[in-house]
Design a binder for this molecule. Structure first.
Ligand SMILES: C[S@@+](CC[C@H](N)C(=O)[O-])C[C@H]1O[C@@H](n2cnc3c(N)ncnc32)[C@H](O)[C@@H]1O
Length: 342
């Protein structure tokens, strides 16, 4: 496999010369946003954890994520970079040599086996497609006060194009709605919470975002005593099933992540994403202004003006990172329509 040198964050890397989806080992430079935010989020969690945190980059490909954790996050313990693909494993070893991080180990195991045999403080699951086939092992492996990050890229299933595939994988049926992105995210989070609960772990979502072609969720693992209050947040949603409608962001945690992102001078788009998340009203789902205006044949208004009007009337209202034309508010559809018609 032909490789070339590149740089991301504080890490130098050899990556395949071929384009992302043609290469024998996966590397997508465009996924830098999620890796930057992951570095910042892990630093925030590490500070709260206080002790040295052992890390597993379970599906590592070139090793970029794990290496960035090693070089950019302070006070971590051992960091394991794992990939079952032998070409990826060899590249990870080369990239470890190139960067000389402390306490980094490359392994070539099936991620499920590796997690069944070891305990880690932080597990990062960044698979192709759905993460569900790794969740049971992660639940057994993650430290009972640890941290878990999960990516899902099977958005066609999660966002309503393939409801049966979604049901098969996540136990809930997706559907086409105006707020399909957040519905998909909540289906993913519901599956994580339920799987962790089987193993007496409470998964508390602290930062969740949708970007381009993937969802990313970070959650703290807490004492099983917290499972009951998490399960209370599952409500029946028509055609979908029992869905988690509780908080998907911990605003205090998100603000600290934003501080880390700014301190590290990461990209402006990451600052904008986090600021939008921090401002979002904590209520499930949103109205897509364009769709609602079209449906009710109402003149299209500027989104910021509508938000101001709703606030003046005493309602909560904000933009949402899920949709550039979306509004999160605690007013019902009829109330919103009255504001739009005036
Ligand atoms: C999307 S890529 C990971 C990308 C990487 N985390 C990054 O940020 O660039 C998924 C990787 O998982 C590996 N993989 C898939 N199934 C696996 C399994 N059961 N055990 C270990 N590795 C696996 C693939 O070889 C592939 O390299």
């Amino acid at each position: 496999m032909k490789t070339q040198k590149t740089k991301e964050g504080k890490v130098e890397l050899r990556v395949p010369v071929e384009k992302t989806y043609q290469a024998a080992v996966f590397y997508n430079p465009e996924a830098r946003l999620t890796r930057d935010i992951s570095v910042a989020a892990l630093q925030v969690f590490q500070k709260q954890f206080k002790d040295k945190l052992s890390v597993l980059d379970a599906l590592s490909a070139t090793g970029v994520r794990g290496l960035r954790y090693a070089k950019e996050v302070k006070n971590l313990g051992n960091i394991t970079l794992n990939d079952k693909n032998p070409l990826a494993f060899n590249l990870i070893r080369k990239n470890i040599k190139l960067n000389k991080p402390k306490k980094c180990l490359a392994t070539k195991k099936d991620a499920n086996l590796l997690m069944r045999e070891n305990v880690f403080g932080f597990i990062d699951l960044d698979p192709f497609g759905p993460p569900v086939q790794f969740l049971d092992s992660a639940a057994r492996s993650v430290y009972h006060k640890g941290f878990l990050a999960v990516t899902a890229t099977d958005l066609t299933a999660l966002c309503g194009a393939f409801p049966d595939a979604c049901f098969r994988k996540y136990g809930l049926r997706s559907k086409k709605t105006d707020y399909y992105d957040e519905l998909g995210m909540r289906i993913l989070i519901s599956a994580i919470i339920r799987t962790m609960a089987i193993y007496e772990r409470a998964f508390i979502p602290v930062l969740s975002f949708s970007s381009k072609h993937y969802f990313r969720v970070f959650g703290k693992i807490e004492h099983s005593g917290n499972i009951k209050s998490l399960l209370k947040e599952f409500k029946y949603v028509e055609d979908v099933g029992l869905l988690y409608l509780g908080k998907i962001q911990d605003k205090k945690f998100c603000k600290e992540v934003l501080r880390e992102v700014k301190k590290r001078k990461f990209d402006k788009s990451e600052i904008k994403l986090l600021e939008t998340i921090i401002d979002e009203v904590d209520t499930p789902f949103y109205f897509d202004l364009h769709k609602i205006a079209k449906k009710h044949k109402i003149e299209l208004r500027k989104i910021d003006g509508v938000i101001q009007k709703l606030k003046k009337k005493g309602f909560k209202a904000s933009r949402t990172h899920f949709c550039s034309t979306g509004i999160k508010t605690n007013v019902e559809e009829n109330g919103l329509l009255r504001v739009l018609r005036r």
